[in-house]
Design a protein around this ligand. Sequence first.
Ligand code: NAD
Ligand code: MG
Length: 395
Amino acid sequence: MQNMVILGATGSIGTSTLSVISENSDAFRVFALVANTNVKRMAELCRLHRPTVAHMVDATAAQQLKVAIAELDVEVTSGESELLDLVSRPEVDSVMAAIVGAAGMAPTLAAVKAGKRVLLANKEALVMSGRLFIEAVAEYGATLLPVDSEHNAIFQCLPRETQQQLGRCDLKAAGISKILLTGSGGPFLRAELATLPTVTPAQAIKHPNWSMGPKISVDSATMMNKGLEYVEARWLFNAGVEQLQVVIHPQSVIHSMVQYQDGSVMAQLGNPDMRTPIAHCMAYPARIVSGVEPLDFFKVGQLSFCEPDFSRFPCLKLAMDACRAGQEATTVLNAANEVAVAHFLKGEIRFTDIAKINEFCLEQVVQSPLDSIADILALDGEARVCARKGLALCH
Ligand code: NAD
Ligand code: MG
């Protein structure tokens, strides 16, 4: 029996994870559910999954949850530092890291430092902490498994020895020439460029193939998501920028590919449903059912590919350049983007302002070297202050 903690239980990945656990209740148990403020959804999840602990980071939300599930035998806890203790408890075998944004970094790192099996969905944590994260995985003997569908696909296409050296592998020595990171291009792949300044949050979060939380959906529309994934791939697979290529594949059937020096290309395919990579990470190296429909090639019909257009997707270009520049730049970009997306979702700035704010912060923030988590959080904070200043330029 694997005891799991679900960080971000009330979100999209949390929901998919709980669905895979329910399909495999003989082998997996929910030890703890973690969320921020959504009491109603958390109470429903507690009734359904009967965790040992339910943790609301927000103290008021935790109080409300206590009242809402008073009849259940569930320990309700709250707080940021208490969350770090929770993921480190000895009963915990694996942790699904699916809190959105920078808020997920500290608890994900705590799980790594406790040597847990860490299923990583929270790409922002890795974009920010990069080298420190990868070093901590090795130092504390944690097992890292990539949930993000592209990285999970790449992982599945790697030789077993390379899989076991995540973050420290040598692609070249494994005969790999390139990682081909696929992306759908989102809802605006073929929209008239002139219409982009006036697209609404509702249009931006309507992804053609995937159903996801609001922040990552906006990131998919700007292709910042692919940019963050480019950085994520850089760290997970110890890849140089010359070994990474973004390929637009609108059908989202191929989830990414690995090109070998002999001309072979390995790809992982499936319906666009996160339960597949989640189930893969939960059971690795075994396989379990996920509840996802088998892929029907006759329904798919066609697979197509094209190159990304940076005039349509400036955020992708910013992220690729930041990746080349280093971890300081990607940390600034990640923080700026989080602020910009939040303001776009509130209807306060235009869709095209997101890239402007990101670029402004990359130019303005002094990028001091990152030697500790404290350094990372300080730089993240400065970038957020700068991004809020940048908002003023958008009116
Ligand atoms: P979501 O918005 O649906 O859910 C976010 C979850 O994080 C919620 O449970 C919320 O309570 C929790 N949360 C937010 N702020 C928090 C805080 N300060 N402290 C504690 N918990 C907090 O997001 P999602 O789509 O499930 O994405 C989660 C993560 O997984 C993101 O990093 C995203 O990039 C990544 N991811 C998502 C998908 C997908 O298909 N949804 C695919 C790949 C990667
Ligand atoms: Mg992805």
